[in-house]
Write a protein that binds this ligand. Structure first.
Ligand SMILES: [Zn+2]
Length: 326
């Protein structure tokens, strides 16, 4: 069996190993290290790579990975799971999206893959993670959140040929109805797109909201769907469950708020929109209604601003467009 060696985590035989991967340095000289878990099955097979907290305040994914890992038994597995539940660890500590030490470039780790060894802090983190991902992963699942607890959608790298077909099959095994076929020319620098370019099918799960805005039920449900992905990949035995059709959106739209104010949404994730559907209501500081937010598109709500405060130009709604149910 191929050895899997990531930082101090070294897996040579069936079982679970834990370790740390150094990705950078803190200003005080202590190493910036991230946790690594490798669960190797008793029989050979594919390697599923999972990571969370690419954005440091998206903790739901970390909990989903933990939930899955707790239930894995190496003697029931053919293949391996490599899990890095917290990639952007300095942002994770601060409950924020990007690293507090990334001062110049903006530092969105989801735009920095495959990384650069002598680049910005965040590019260096991406580099140290990605070289292992490229070496070992047969499939990547990357966990993110949006703004509210009811977020549940997914996207796969819809590249032509085998990688895209494999990504779609994995998306179906995960089975969130709201699923986007992400074209190769969008989301550049995400781990998913970098991996797809290297022939590794990738899949992003958007589940729950940032910070504490997620529910235990979402964690348990997503972990079960991951087990279905593992059955699909042959890492776990048993029949692959069908979750039914997926929407397979061709595109999405980020709609920003042209104005600010107190805001209360009136739609939820998964709701169907027509052009002109009322998305929410604005109020002034005296409590008087000051207007409605209207949807500029027909589609499905992937994410909605939770209020109560809307700043000018914030993301009001994220809409999946042109669903092709199949
Ligand atoms: Zn994210």
């Amino acid at each position: 069996m191929e050895e899997i060696s990531i930082g101090t985590a070294l897996s040579r035989e069936p079982g679970t190993v834990r370790g740390r991967l150094k990705v950078a340095d803190f200003p005080d000289g202590t190493p910036m290290e991230i946790p690594v878990v490798i669960v190797r099955g008793s029989r050979p097979g594919k390697t599923l790579w999972l990571h969370g907290c690419v954005h440091g305040n998206e903790y739901c994914g970390t909990f989903i990975i933990h939930e899955l890992l707790r239930a894995l038994a190496p003697d029931e597995m053919a293949g391996s799971v490599v899990a890095l539940p917290v990639l952007n660890v300095s942002a994770f500590h601060k409950n924020q999206r990007m690293s507090p030490f990334e001062l110049y470039g903006g530092g969105d780790l989801n735009r920095c893959f495959p990384g650069q060894q002598d680049g910005s802090l965040t590019q260096q983190i991406a580099f140290h993670v990605y070289r292992h991902l490229k070496q070992y992963a047969d499939c990547l699942v990357d966990f993110h959140t949006a703004m509210t607890p009811d977020v549940r959608w997914a996207l796969y790298a819809a590249f032509p040929g085998e990688v895209g077909a494999a990504g779609e099959a994995i998306a179906r095994a995960f089975g969130f109805h709201s699923t986007l076929a992400a074209a190769p020319d969008i989301l550049g620098g995400s781990a998913m797109m970098a991996a797809a370019k290297d022939g590794i099918p990738g899949f992003i799960v958007e589940a729950g909201g940032k910070g504490p805005a997620f529910a235990r039920a979402t964690v348990v449900d997503a972990a079960e769907r991951l087990r279905n992905v593992m059955r699909h990949l042959g890492i776990l035995s048993g029949e692959v469950r069908s979750y039914g059709k997926i929407a397979n959106f061709a595109r999405f739209a980020w709609v920003t708020a042209p104005r600010g104010g107190l805001f209360q949404p009136s739609v939820r994730c998964g709701d169907t929109l027509d052009e002109g559907t009322v998305l929410g209501h604005y109020f002034d500081v005296y409590g008087a209604p000051t207007g409605e937010a209207l949807s500029p598109h027909a589609g499905t709500v992937l994410a909605i601003h939770p209020g109560p405060l809307m700043g000018n130009g914030e993301t009001l709604v994220h809409i999946g467009l042109e669903a092709r149910e199949s």
